[in-house]
Design a protein around this ligand. Structure first.
Ligand SMILES: Cc1ncc(COP(=O)(O)O)c(C=O)c1O
Length: 463
């Protein structure tokens, strides 16, 4: 008999037990990073915008699962729906059949997504949604190359990584899928130049660059993108994996610009924070071109894609978003949060800019002057402070104020606020008061940078 651990035993483990298992069996580097940042708490309960650790401390979650928790943690409506389906004993996985819940989830998406997007492919994550859209654009167009944006983030599997515009993630895995090209985000002139000469199957883009640092494009940019894609006969893939399901104040960000893409990629909050699920929706015409007829119907599939439990969570999530009109709440609370953060911009030297839409908001710090920091730290600190200021402020928010946030992956100098769409004004006020305390108590960022970089960041990034 192998000496396995049971679920009951798992539930009894201490923080140190978990940390040891993580170091020995999961990802030692990540475990070390979390413990150095003092982020290695053991969270034992979560509901709505709140999380509790094993010592009974209460935290407000302003990170929201990177956009997966639009309904908040453990939303009752979704959990109840999943439980009901389980209690009925419906088969969860039975590929040689048409799944009722998948059919209904696809129907609901055809109602919620803009324009004539009617056909949906279900998978299990965001990166798979992007893979599916890219493959489908290639087969439907008969062309291969994909145009994508600098600073974009579309996922980390090979196809998605090949259209993710950050060298740090791409270089270690080269050669990637050949023929793809980058273009500047928000620049229609450059886009036209590329499309004119490119022979591209598709252009893939996020409505707001999430991991890139919460970058909002110029007004009317997306109408221009739609026109150029039509003009040069290139499919327009809109990645709403982070912006979808109410996050930006509309059900989908595409609605702000009144545009209909050829492909809409979704994941994250589609599963209500309860089930992993991803999807892309496209038009009947493109679906027919790609997968029409028995021969081609199963060219692109996924074993778990469209399983009963995941699609039940999706159906319940969509209903909850509509019934509670959560996109409108995101618009209202987002405006309030943005305005309150704007008040801090002139007040504290260290803040460069605040930007975003709805409840997808980024606060960017100024880059600190090299000279002084180099002197203070023998060169090490300026790199840390330049690249990891967001992490330092996120650390202070977590440790001193019990607020969970994070920096953006492609731009660590930006700290993001992406709470559940049910966040309250009082919770937003508490965040602002906490930021004020951090910025004023630390008398500018120098003392904070010196304090945390010497102890924490230094040990992480010393190579
Ligand atoms: C816009 C966007 N696309 C794709 C992805 C990848 O999603 P996943 O991590 O589920 O593969 C993300 C994740 O952060 C994202 O923000």
């Amino acid at each position: 008999m192998k000496d396995l651990m049971s679920v009951d035993q798992a539930l009894e483990l201490t923080k140190n037990d978990v940390s040891r298992l993580y170091k020995e069996h999961v990802n030692p580097g990540f475990a070390t990073m979390l413990s150095l940042l003092n982020f290695d708490r053991k969270f034992v309960r979560a509901k709505g915008t709140k999380v509790w650790d094993e010592d009974g401390n209460e935290y407000i979650d302003f990170l929201g699962g990177y956009g997966s928790l639009n309904l908040g943690h453990n939303p009752t409506a979704v959990i109840e729906a999943v439980k009901r389906v389980m209690d009925q004993g419906l088969p969860n996985i039975l590929q040689a059949s048409m799944n009722t819940m998948a059919a209904v989830a696809a129907y609901n998406l055809s109602k919620l997504t803009p324009g004539n997007l009617s056909h949906t492919f279900f998978c299990n994550s965001g990166t798979e949604a992007v893979e599916g859209a890219i493959k489908t654009a290639r087969i439907a167009s008969g062309k291969e190359r994909i145009l994508y944006c600098q600073n974009s983030f579309h996922g980390k599997t090979m196809g998605s990584l090949s259209v993710t515009g950050r060298d740090k993630y791409q270089h270690p895995f080269e050669p990637l899928i050949p023929g793809n090209e980058r273009v500047k985000y928000g620049d229609l002139e450059e886009l036209e130049e590329k499309l004119k000469n490119g022979g591209f199957a598709a252009f893939i883009i996020e409505p707001i660059q999430g991991e890139g640092g919460i970058n909002v494009p110029p007004e009317h940019y997306f109408q221009g993108v739609r026109e150029l894609c039509d003009k040069y006969n290139v499919y327009f893939i809109l990645d709403e994996i982070q912006t979808g399901f109410g996050r930006t104040g509309k059900m989908f960000a595409a609605e702000h610009d009144n545009i209909v893409p050829d492909f809409l990629c979704m994941a994250k909050s589609l599963g209500g924070g309860v089930m992993p699920i991803g999807a892309f929706s496209t038009t009947a015409e493109i679906w027919e071109r790609a997968y029409g007829g028995i021969d081609k119907a199963l060219l692109h599939t996924s074993t778990f894609g469209g399983n009963t439990l995941a699609t039940t969570a999706a159906v319940a999530t969509m209903n909850e978003l509509v019934e509670k009109d959560l996109p409108a709440n995101a618009a209202e609370k987002g405006e309030y949060l943005l305005a309150r953060l704007q008040e801090l911009v002139g007040k504290y030297e260290i803040i460069k800019e605040v930007r975003g839409r709805g409840l997808l908001i980024g606060l960017e710090f100024k880059e600190l002057e090299r000279g002084l920091l180099d002197k203070l730290s023998g060169g090490m600190l300026s790199k840390a402070a330049k690249e990891y200021l967001g992490a330092m402020v996120a650390g202070a928010l977590m440790n001193d104020h019990k607020i969970i946030t994070a920096y953006t992956l492609n731009n660590p100098n930006v700290i993001r606020f992406e709470p559940a769409l049910i966040i309250t004004k009082e919770e937003i006020d508490y965040l602002i008061d906490s930021l004020e305390e951090i910025f004023s108590k630390n008398k500018g960022i120098f003392s904070m940078a010196v304090k945390s970089a010497k102890t924490v960041i230094g040990s992480i990034f010393r190579k």
